[in-house]
Design a protein around this ligand. Structure first.
Ligand code: G
Ligand code: G
Ligand code: MN
Length: 675
């Protein structure tokens, strides 16, 4: 007699078996029903559903037999679970492995045995559904197929609870869109078709897929998720990392390369210290599924303490209460309630000194700007990382840790219109929005207007913004002034639209406004109350003020960006920025200061030319300010500017003059450009 060998994964197999908590339970109809059907179908005296325990085989269901278990050593099933296929013995007396087996020589006198292995969700073999006869016999192909099908039913019953659990978890996965819904349907099919071991990794992969890709892969081509994933794995190495979650191997790999780096470059950042990984890691994301998948990835990489926060507030709570200390936080930017931008600010306030990784999902500019913001706050931002977390990328980023950067100081200024005078003027509605047109160079059509504040009847005649804006800024009146003018601007824009004039409105923003964190929300409220939407507003910020206090304004600019406000950098060329700094700022438009447009001399011309070139390359549209003559127009046209603003076209005017001006511009245009 041959004693059955132990499977290679015996420990894992026993864990999976014991996790089911099914051994030594009472007989259940759901299993016995299958055994009875098999008994009739195959016309055999004995049918068993066996579970192969460490030392014994135990029968969850047995028809035609009185005993509930036998030793594993003499079991046929111990042999059956070593393979994937149906295990058949036509006549045990003729088989050297079983001829002297007590179950053959004595009761129940086994001659024929056919056992189909049944698996747990992780693929390990739990036991079999088996047929036993005391006469030699053989199954035909049709019968073999039926036995396999019945074994699948047994398997489903065995894994029922765990599958339900998985399905419940999946139903929390991205539920909002059509593609997500379809994906889940497909995943359910997979759960139902015994491909469960893939499930966690599939979930992770789905997070990587955009809706479009998903639709294309699953929808149009009618691929199963599994096929789609295989295709994707074929094209993307990154996905392979994700899907196979080979975290540990990569961990070693990158640790080694990190050590090397440190010896080559002692002045550079610290190498990743494996000891750090004993600290806690905090994941902040409003999507439960993302939390789950990310935590799973981190744990499989060897991070021992991973804590999840589904909101910014929860993250702050955990930051103070978690032991060991949180030394690494992965933060989603776009969350309801407290968004990632605010969370970073709060991290700074509570003195969090660990490292930060931002989840990517926003466009690159927004991300690199968020990074800039956090760094400026002396938070240690290592970079941004996709969802789900790719172990390799994460470890690369950890290898690049470095110290914080210094903060900058604020500045402000004042003038001689008194705050009381100005406040009275705001309350009395004496301030008005005037508008200067912007013209598209290619079509020569007016495409927008810039709102410029006017105080026509001031205490001693007209007062210009150069005089009253600084007062408003230093006396805390600026937001009231701005909001009041913006509300009027939105109303004007709607009135023009009603007359068939499509004009984008741009508004100048004071640096002071960019210092109050709730400015974007308040702005949104004002604009919506006036019947407009933020998407149709453009905000201009001067380059010089921006550079003066970049740190303080970054988070507000970033939030405006998240709210889809279009941002324009004003008076470009008067500050000290260079275009490489601009690359990391979320601006859509660059307004060349008029001193460059009008400027004679080589230097102006050179700056003008290279600014236009670089701005174009980084995808900004360019407005030439201060175009006063046709000659200026021709120059900026040749340089490749997109729009023109200046006295050549029009000075600022009240709302009710715009329509008339548009009409007259039609005429001017024809006269000027037809020559
Ligand atoms: O328009 P001129 O129109 O003289 O404007 C002078 C300066 O005042 C310009 O730099 C312009 O950007 C700024 N300015 C005009 N209106 C406003 C406003 O409503 N808010 C702010 N912050 N600046 C304004
Ligand atoms: O700083 P900002 O660009 O926001 O303000 C525009 C300022 O430029 C306003 O004061 C406006 O009156 C002025 N302006 C607009 N067009 C011209 C122009 O063609 N020539 C001159 N000299 N000033 C202009
Ligand atoms: Mn401006």
């Amino acid at each position: 007699m041959r004693v059955p060998a132990k499977p290679k994964n015996e420990n894992q197999r026993l864990l999976a078996l014991h996790k089911l908590e099914i051994l030594d339970t009472v007989p259940e109809e759901r299993f016995d029903r299958i055994s009875t059907i098999a008994q009739n179908l195959f016309d055999v005296p004995i049918v068993l559903i066996t579970l192969v325990d460490e030392e014994r085989q135990w029968f969850k269901s047995c028809v035609g037999l009185d005993v509930r278990e036998t030793s594993r050593e003499i079991s046929f099933c111990g042999h059956a679970i070593l393979g994937e296929q149906l295990f058949e013995v036509a006549d045990a007396t003729q088989d050297p492995r079983f001829a002297d087996n007590p179950l053959v020589t004595g009761a129940p006198g086994i001659r024929f045995y056919a056992g189909m292995p049944v698996s747990a969700l992780d693929g390990s073999k739990l036991g079999t559904l088996c047929l036993i006869d005391n006469r030699p016999r053989q199954l035909n192909d049709g019968q073999r197929k039926m036995l396999k099908d019945l074994a699948v039913l047994v398997e489903e019953q065995l894994n029922h609870d765990e599958m339900r659990q998985l399905a419940r978890e999946l139903s929390h996965a991205s539920v909002t869109d059509k593609a997500g819904y379809r994906a889940r349907v497909e995943i359910r099919k997979i759960v139902d078709s015994r491909l469960q071991p893939l499930i966690v990794d599939l979930g992770a992969t789905l997070e990587v897929l955009g809706d479009e890709q998903l639709d294309r892969l699953i929808g149009d081509q009618q691929l199963s998720i599994r096929e789609a994933v295989l295709q994707l794995q074929a094209v993307s190495d990154d996905l392979k990392d994700v899907v196979s979650l080979e975290g540990r191997g990569l961990l070693e790999e990158v640790r080694e390369s990190g050590d090397n780096q440190a010896t080559h470059d002692p002045a550079g950042g610290e190498s990743p210290d494996p000891g750090d990984f004993t600290d806690s890691v905090l994941i902040v994301d409003d999507e439960p599924f993302v939390l789950k998948v990310t935590a799973h990835a981190l744990e499989s990489m060897g991070f021992a303490h991973v804590v999840n926060a589904e909101s910014g507030q929860r993250a702050l709570d955990l930051l103070s209460s978690t032991t060991p200390d949180v030394r690494l936080a992965l933060v989603d930017l776009n969350m309801p309630d407290m968004d990632g931008i605010e969370l970073l600010r709060r991290f700074d306030e509570v003195g969090y000194s660990g490292d930060i990784l931002l989840f990517s999902g926003e466009d690159n500019q927004t991300l690199s700007m968020a990074e800039g913001l956090a760094k400026a706050r002396r938070l240690s931002v290592l970079g941004s990382i996709g969802k789900p977390v790719q172990p390799k990328r994460l470890l690369e980023l950890l290898a690049g840790r470095r110290g914080p950067s210094p903060r900058r100081a604020k500045s402000s200024q004042a003038s001689h219109v008194t705050p009381a005078m100005l406040e009275a003027a705001i309350d009395a509605g004496s301030l008005e929005p005037w508008f200067q047109p912007k013209i598209d160079i290619a079509t020569r059509q007016p495409v927008g207007v810039e709102m410029l504040a006017r105080w026509p009847n001031g205490p001693r005649g007209p007062v210009y913004p150069d005089e009253f804006i600084p007062v408003a800024e230093s006396s805390g009146l600026i937001d009231r002034l701005t909001f009041m003018l913006i509300a009027k601007t939105v109303v004007a824009e709607r009135a023009w639209r009603a007359q068939g004039l499509q004009l984008k409105v741009a508004v100048n923003l004071s640096m002071e406004s960019l210092q109050s964190l709730d400015f974007p929300q308040r702005l949104e409220a004002v604009v919506e109350e006036a019947g407009g939407s933020l998407g149709s507003i453009q905000l201009e910020v001067t380059e010089s003020s921006l550079m003066e206090d970049l740190v303080a304004s970054l988070d507000v600019l970033l939030r405006l960006r998240l709210k889809k406000v279009r941002l324009s950098i004003d008076d470009f060329g008067t500050g000290h920025s260079n275009l490489s700094q601009l690359r990391d700022l979320p601006f859509d438009e660059l307004k060349l200061d008029r001193s460059y447009v009008r400027g004679e001399g080589e230097r102006s011309r050179a700056i003008l030319e290279s600014s236009v070139e670089i701005a174009k390359k980084i995808g900004m549209s360019i407005v030439a300010e201060g175009v006063e003559t046709l000659e200026d127009w021709r120059l900026v046209e040749k340089l490749g500017c997109d729009q023109v603003q200046g006295w050549f076209c029009a000075k600022a005017m009240p709302e009710n003059e715009i329509a008339e001006w548009v009409g007259s511009w039609e005429q001017t245009r024809e006269n000027l450009f037809s020559r």
